[in-house]
Design a protein around this ligand. Structure first.
Ligand code: COA
Length: 285
């Protein structure tokens, strides 16, 4: 096998790779990720894509890692390790975070990643719950536009622990967003964009369960009757209950792991304010 730049590969070959491990990404989702980060592919002697690994730098000291895939016929032969070593060479000096599937946990443990927190993948056919309606919301909900990007970046940074300027700008451009405003100040928001089998809601940043529900609810209304997904570290309380009542039970879990200094978002029992209620995606964090 030889290593190649992920930029140089045709999108349908990447799509075929993720389909081979049962992932829902569309070619467009790969394109979004390629525009947001960097990565490698493993190619065989006739140019078939048999593996991938990507990283997404934010600031000078941090990156997330994702889209680590080896094709089923290559697994357990060391290709995952090989790709990750190449990633390490390119992110030297950065603290890393990723969301590990069960299949990948052993690989990342052997590379010294430390478990942090479980991610719950809520998904299903959306339906509008009868509770948590607009009358119960403190503040004004309105759709977000380009004027709100700077406030969104600042709120996301407060919740996530690292400023993700380029990524949040790009997500705003690809998403519909709802924000909760109190006295003209953005205090919570939820973005929603096409992904995989339907749409994904994320990131969601808010100061309380009630505020998170208030910004996600309009997306549930918009997508009622179609496939919706939310990836979150929250598995109890009003927010998690709302997702279940909105037709999205927990489908699967992955494990957030880190290498190097940890972000502050899970510190002090997760009491950071505001906090990240939903990930942009498992790959992006
Ligand atoms: C996760 C994945 C990338 C691992 O790739 P891989 O090519 O199998 O990894 P490697 O062969 O380098 O194995 C890495 C380690 O895991 C071990 N391992 C891998 N699969 C194993 C299995 N089924 N049983 C036991 N050990 C296994 C290897 O022995 C090795 O351990 P070591 O470092 O202690 O020697 C691959 O299984 C995959 O693409 N899975 C589906 C997609 C996925 O879940 N990606 C992860 C996203 S976070």
């Amino acid at each position: 096998m030889r290593i190649g730049d992920i930029e140089k590969v045709e999108l349908d070959r990447l799509h075929t790779l993720s389909l081979s491990v049962g992932w829902p990404h569309r070619a467009e989702d790969w394109q979004f990720l390629r525009e947001s980060g960097q990565g490698f592919v493993a190619l065989d002697e006739i140019g078939r894509v048999l593996g991938s690994a990507m990283w997404f730098p934010h600031g000078a000291d941090f990156a997330t890692v994702g889209m680590v895939i080896t094709s089923p016929r290559l697994q357990t032969l060391g290709a995952g390790q090989w790709l990750m070593k190449r990633v390490f060479e390119n992110v030297a000096g950065r603290d890393l975070r990723l969301n590990a599937t069960r299949a990948a946990r052993r690989l990342y443990l052997s590379l010294d990643f430390q478990p942090e927190k479980t991610v719950y993948q809520f998904q299903g056919i959306a339906r509008v719950p009868t509770t948590g309606g607009p009358a119960e919301t403190r503040g004004d909900i309105r759709t977000l536009d380009a004027r709100d990007v700077a406030a969104g970046i600042a709120l996301d940074a407060a919740g996530f622990g690292v400023r993700r300027t380029a990524l949040i700008e790009k997500l705003f451009a690809h998403s519909t967003g709802y924000g909760l405003f109190r006295g003209n100040k953005l205090t919570a928001f939820a973005l929603c964009r096409p992904f995989g089998r339907g749409h994904v809601v994320g990131p969601v940043v808010a100061e309380s369960d009630a505020d998170a529900v208030a910004t996600v609810r309009p997306h549930v209304v918009d997508h009622s009757g179609s496939f919706l997904r939310v990836d979150t570290h929250v598995d109890n309380g009003e927010f998690a209950a709302f997702l279940s009542h909105a037709g999205m039970p927990v489908f699967d879990t992955v494990l957030t792991m880190s290498l190097g200094k940890r972000l502050a978002d899970f510190a002090a029992g997760g009491s950071a304010m505001p906090k990240t209620y939903a990930l942009a995606s498992q790959t992006l964090g």
